[in-house]
Design a protein around this ligand. Sequence first.
Ligand SMILES: C[S@@+](CC[C@H](N)C(=O)[O-])C[C@H]1O[C@@H](n2cnc3c(N)ncnc32)[C@H](O)[C@@H]1O
Length: 189
Amino acid sequence: MLDRMHELERRHLADQVDGTPFAQRLRQVPPETGRLLALMAALAPAGQMLEIGTSGGYSGMWLSLACRERGDRLVTFELAEDKVLLASETFRLAEVHDWVQIVHGNVLDHLPRYQDVAFCFLDTNRALYDAIYAALVPNLVPGGLLLVDNAISHASELAAFIQRAEQDPQLDSLILPVGKGVLVCRKKR
Ligand SMILES: C[S@@+](CC[C@H](N)C(=O)[O-])C[C@H]1O[C@@H](n2cnc3c(N)ncnc32)[C@H](O)[C@@H]1O
């Protein structure tokens, strides 16, 4: 797993300097966010473990560490076929394919099927966040966690979404200054 993490970290850095078209870039979380994800996923209550936005499987590898420890499977959603293939290779090489299921397609077509959500990492097309929130938050179990990346790097773009979470009486929320800023929301009991 470490070898694959380092390889994707190198590719992610190269994407930013060699003019790779936006759709082909990995756009993955930095390692410190990966650590936070693994820690928070391990702390989540019992229930379904989700990730929205797989890309090359970098954050998924971190989450798989928690899932393996919990005895749970991560379900991760990805729209782009090339990313699905890349992430499949990642999970095979990291030997965590038994702990991760990739769902290929638009997350909004699949998300309503997932009830009793214990943990969700949201890191995808930000134009979808309101629709994802509406489909997801009612299905979070008490104590369930929603983590959203880019809360500081894209603060103005996400301002209305962050305000919605912070003002939602069902949730406790806080932005952690880790990586690009992670909004952490917990459903109250
Ligand atoms: C920021 S990247 C995810 C990075 C990944 N979490 C990581 O850290 O390794 C966002 C991903 O969301 C995918 N995506 C965009 N729209 C989507 C949709 N409607 N449903 C599922 N995935 C989508 C993109 O193809 C892209 O791979």
